[in-house]
Design a protein around this ligand. Structure first.
Ligand code: PEP
Length: 253
């Protein structure tokens, strides 16, 4: 059974006090995680010790990093290696968020290296892909996303690819309040799964969790997550509100 995941992406938000309050509020708000369900909190790196401490001992709840460097160590001032996160108790790393692709010029080739670095230490990449509005309007989103996946992930073995979580995030829906309809989400998630099936076989593709991201909130999560190829969500804005994120966790199937 594929994992169903509600992943919070706090981005560059909140003071330390606000981060602590939000974690306390989420823990105090009723939410349920069954065996195949996970909640993941991608917090700013500086709040990782706080989040790891607050969430320790909670079943199926994990802290994630929002990025990592592709090298294992060295003279890369200001950067953090995947192994450093692991040593601090963080074994999930978001890679290739559209904001990193756009503002930090992260290429498919660089993201292939970062994916390798995360897998090499036994951690889980949450690999983001997704098209801009112009591509969606041209109707070429499938081939655009397919190229992102091929360029960054197709060098992986079948054993490795099942350890990657995919987050499909149409850029036109991120932070805009516009959400893909559940049919649009299902259509491209099924396509992404078919791309993996062609490369690795149907049973491998069937094991890969594919999250949807783009203005997911409490009011639309259930419908989006109910689609057969949608295995939860990567959530920005709504993950900063405890009641919203708890409801999104409860919308997992
Ligand atoms: C995101 O940052 O990954 C995201 C999906 O943001 P939002 O939910 O705010 O659209």
């Amino acid at each position: 059974m594929r994992k169903q995941i509600a992943a919070a992406n706090w981005k560059m938000n909140l003071s330390q006090n606000e981060a602590e309050t939000l974690l306390d509020q989420i823990l105090a708000t009723e939410h349920h995680l069954s065996g195949n369900q996970e909640a993941i909190f991608a917090v700013p790196a500086i709040y990782i010790p706080l989040a790891v401490q607050k969430l320790s001992g909670k079943n199926n709840v994990f802290v994630a990093a929002q990025n990592c460097h592709q090298k294992t160590s060295g003279a890369y001032t200001g950067e953090i290696a995947a192994s450093m996160y692991a040593s601090a108790g963080v074994h999930h790393i978001v890679l290739g968020h559209s904001e990193r692709r756009e503002y930090f010029a992260e290429s498919d080739a660089l993201l292939a290296e970062k994916t390798d670095a995360v897998l090499a230490i036994g951690s889980t990449p949450i690999f983001c892909c997704g098209e801009p509005l112009s591509i969606r309007e041209a109707g070429t989103q499938n081939s655009f996303v397919e190229a992102q996946l091929k360029n960054s992930l197709f060098h992986l073995s079948a054993d490795q690819i099942v350890k990657v979580v995919i987050a499909y995030e149409p850029i036109w829906a991120i932070g805009t309040g516009k959400t893909a309809t559940s049919d649009q989400a299902q259509e491209i998630h099924a396509y992404i799964r078919s791309v993996f099936a062609t490369k690795y076989g149907a049973s491998i593709a069937d094991q890969i969790s594919i999250l949807y991201g783009g203005s997911v909130k409490a009011s639309n999560a259930k419908e989006i997550f109910s689609q057969p190829d949608v295995d939860g969500g990567l959530v920005g804005g709504a993950s900063l509100i405890a009641t919203e994120f708890a409801a999104i966790i409860n919308a997992l199937k």
